[in-house]
Design a protein around this ligand. Structure first.
Ligand code: ZN
Length: 232
């Protein structure tokens, strides 16, 4: 019986690699300089390279169940996602961090149900999204979508508790983006601190985070209490 996975590996070397040989040579000689850290849900339907059109060397990826960001703490545990954030910001000096959740997310759905008793790490991990859950027993599609979006904003807020993230955001060197990928529409909705989640086709930026971003500070000063831009 042919090993399909082995055949795919062989095809990469014989067919895909030759077309990008010089790019990979350059990335080896020069090292990687990705502009963005992409924190995405592990869901197989999120394909960051497809969404962004990025190629090799352009995205530093962290995937986990739910696209969650653990709290910045001093417990010195085996915190893979936290380690990746530190590395991306301190070593690679990325200029953007994307948190990308999506529709039909199993992690968000699981916030309203049970996980298998043996999945102790999963149960604990889901705590990172609990604050986003709404007080309903049987969530419908609209509640799930809102929970997915709330969870994304929650992770952005938690990112700001990482000192190296906050420092660079406040210095205007780093931008945080919250993305909600609507699989069935083939469109990412980006979080805009002034407007909420906006389809990328109608947005004027890739997302502005939950903080008061330096680049938009003047705009925000122009808003009155209702969130309506002041005239003039
Ligand atoms: Zn998911």
């Amino acid at each position: 019986m042919p090993d399909d996975l082995l055949e795919r590996l062989q095809r990469f070397t014989s067919e895909a690699f030759p077309t990008q040989r010089s790019l990979f040579r350059h990335l080896v000689d020069d090292g990687q300089h990705p502009l963005a850290l992409f924190i995405g849900c592990s869901d197989s339907r999120i394909v960051p390279y497809l969404l962004t059109g990025a190629g090799p060397g352009e995205l530093f990826l962290v995937r986990n169940v739910g696209a969650f960001v653990p709290p910045y703490d001093q417990s010195h545990g085996f915190h893979g996602t936290a380690a990746a954030i530190e590395f991306a910001v301190l070593n690679l000096a990325v200029q953007r961090i994307v948190v990308c959740g999506h529709t039909h997310c199993g992690a968000i759905r699981a916030l309203y149900g049970e996980v298998p008793a043996a999945a102790q790490n999963l149960a604990r991990w889901l705590d990172l999204g609990r604050e986003a859950a709404l007080p309903v027993a049987e969530p419908g599609p609209e509640v799930l979508r809102r929970t997915e979006q709330r969870a994304i904003v929650l992770q952005l807020e938690r990112l700001m508790d990482y000192p190296m993230v906050r420092e660079r955001v406040e210095a205007g060197q780093l931008t945080l983006h919250g993305w909600h990928y609507v699989i069935e529409e083939g469109e990412v909705h980006v979080f805009d601190v002034r407007k909420g989640f906006v389809p990328a086709s109608q947005a004027d930026n890739a997302g502005t985070g939950p903080y008061r971003p330096v680049a938009y500070a003047d705009d925000i000063d122009g808003l009155d209490a209702s969130g309506v831009p002041a005239s003039g």
